[in-house]
Design a protein around this ligand. Structure first.
Ligand code: PEP
Length: 249
């Protein structure tokens, strides 16, 4: 049984003070809440301050992006050991905004994944099709390629640290949620790929979150589906009440 994961992606929102305030309130809300894995991904500028607030809390910390190299002449970049040093337990890799706006490819996703695993940070690998790809019936081919190439050369031991987020690009920030049935179909397909690539245990045991306009109103019906193990939430994670409503679906 996979513990439901509810993860917040704040993208480029919130100052340090706002992030700290949110984290304090969220940590309080999550006190004693054993039945959820709650993760927040603040902007890089707030990671250290939030990590201090979350000490002793069940809420986990994620970064939104990183470079695959350990150190060196990469102006503006942040490495996996730097994130680990700040107390990050998770990293979002391959978010569709990184893919479409910043040239992330399945190959760079894989490099980041390898680097994160090397430094003990758990990757949440984001995959998803665009509207055009869905309309041309390419969804399953795209998802298969993203999962296989993104997770290339990962050992069956390491796969235990990896989670997947299925985020149809046409549903992100648009208010258009995938129907639970449509999301479930892709989640089941991802599970089959994981099984054939990494063995049955990985197929059964890997958490697959759904992302795309998740709200307190629609989370329940999504989580009713057997292959949906959690949610990666953008817009609705920016407000504590709304995010808590999703956590407590
Ligand atoms: C996201 O950015 O990962 C996301 C799912 O955003 P939203 O919930 O706003 O659609």
């Amino acid at each position: 049984m996979i513990k439901p994961i509810i993860a917040a992606n704040w993208k480029m929102h919130k100052t340090v003070a706002e992030s700290v305030d949110f984290s304090q309130r969220l940590a309080k809300e999550c006190e004693g809440l054993e039945e959820r894995e709650v993760i927040i991904a603040p902007p890089a500028t707030a990671l250290y301050a939030v990590s201090q607030v979350l000490k002793g809390s069940t809420v986990q910390l994620s970064a939104q992006n990183m470079h695959w190299e350990e150190k060196g002449a990469f102006t503006g970049e942040i490495s996996a050991p730097m994130l680990a040093d700040m107390g990050c337990q998770y990293i979002l890799i391959g978010h569709s905004e990184r893919r479409t706006l910043f040239g992330e490819t399945n190959e760079t996703v894989n490099k980041k994944l390898q680097a994160a695993l090397k430094f003990g940070i758990k990757p949440i690998v984001c995959v998803g099709e665009t509207l055009e790809q869905r309309e041309s019936e390419a969804t399953f081919d795209i998802i298969k390629k993203q999962v296989k190439e993104g997770l290339n050369n990962i050992s069956t031991g390491d796969i235990e640290c990896v989670s997947i987020a299925y985020e149809p690009v046409w549903a992100i920030g648009t208010g258009k949620t995938a129907t639970p049935e449509l999301a479930e179909e892709v989640h089941r397909f991802i599970r089959e790929i994981l099984s054939s690539e990494f063995g049955e245990d990985a197929g059964i045991g890997t958490a697959i979150m759904y992302g795309g306009s998740v709200t307190p109103q629609n989370i329940g019906e999504l989580m009713d589906k057997p292959n949906i193990n959690g949610a990666l939430v953008g817009g609705a994670s920016l407000d504590v009440t709304s995010f808590t409503g999703i956590i407590r679906y």
